[in-house]
Design a protein around this ligand. Sequence first.
Ligand code: OOG
Ligand code: NI
Length: 456
Amino acid sequence: MAKPFVSPDVIRADFARSMSEMYRAEVPLYGTLIDLVAAINAEHLAQRPGLRAALEASGDLDRVSEERHGAIRVGTASELSMLRRLFAVMGMYPVSYYDLSVAGIPVHSTAFRPVDEAALKANPFRVFTSLLRLELIEDVALRTAAEEALAARDIFTPRARALVAEAEAKGGLGPKEAERFVAEAVETFRWHATATVPVETYGALSAEHRLIADVVSFRGPHINHLTPRTLDIDAVQAAMPDRGIDPKETIEGPPARAVPILLRQTSFKALEEEIGFPDAEGRVTPGTHTARFGEIEARGIALTRKGRALYDRLLVQAMAARKDRGAVGFKAAFADFPDDPTTLRAEGLAYFDYRATDKGRREGPPEEDLEALIAKGCVAAYPIVYEDFLPVSAAGIFQSNLGDSAAGEAYAAPSKARFEAALGAEVYDEFALYGAAEARSIERCRADLGQALGVA
Ligand code: OOG
Ligand code: NI
């Protein structure tokens, strides 16, 4: 009898746990942040028995404070395409294209994440993955040095490569192989206290852009942050200094609202860490590198294309208003974004998960219209959580960790086609994923209501 395969969801959960353990051990301040988030989440839930019951009912209570994402940066197309294959073993697929070059950061990115509702529920861990755009380095000698350093490294262990190939050939991994796979995969994301380039090369790469030095000078794409979910991001931001954590000045994303939308994030600034830089004779020069930080996030409802266009428009206004009038101006600019579920639905701004209630199951659908059924209590509409990222927030997070000098001029045009060629696959369209999830929920809901009348 063939050995049963371990579910990719289980492999992903093990991987997320291993990454968390490694990062906590290596970055103690991150452990402090995790503890703070857990304490504030517990306090928040204690004051809101309704929310607590809802999270318990949906099976999310145990895991509210757990990591939702991490981030890495790679240097070449072959590294990116191999990562795609590695993440696929864990049920993580590339969703969305993010162009960070518009913010003066020479990368473009995607997020590897679970794509269907069941997988997201089982474990939502995702990895924001950026590819360096080496073509944006104008100095030919420096670009060549960077290319050579990248060509000389293999960021994957031989065993990780072999297990990816095995999973692809057989369609999955058995328990022993899965366990080994996680241990080998984590190696790719480990920190290295010794660089691969001399201190002069590091300095020249840094002068071009600190991110280039970060990607090129090491043996692998160290995980640069992990991000737990908080239920009260404003409270965590305010409490960080008391625990010796220095947060960035502002929370990225929309202001606090009755119906949270998209994603709000904040982080503590990256730590300066000691690094040894080898020279040609094998002597090691001490130096430092700043890359690793901690971040927290609060996720709200996913917006439709129409909702997102409105958000993007208001964000531009809000950022201008912040310059003139500070946080008050920023918040005021978002007043035009409807902040109640009924209007969000009526205007088609956000995605909802529709479910038949017990009453609906008993009474069936006297009305066809979902909104009428909601009003009668036969259908309940829950927000579909935004699972992706915001380029403006990502740029803000990048910049706060690279120093403000990194906020360079715009680099180049976005190049989704080039990114997908490097990746070896197309990225999923996030709107299509949310739209399909909503449509499936409506179908299920109608079937449940129809059953009550015996018509299904
Ligand atoms: C990634 C920054 C983006 C987020 O949460 O928006 C990100 C990086 O610094 O490599 O993780
Ligand atoms: Ni992040």
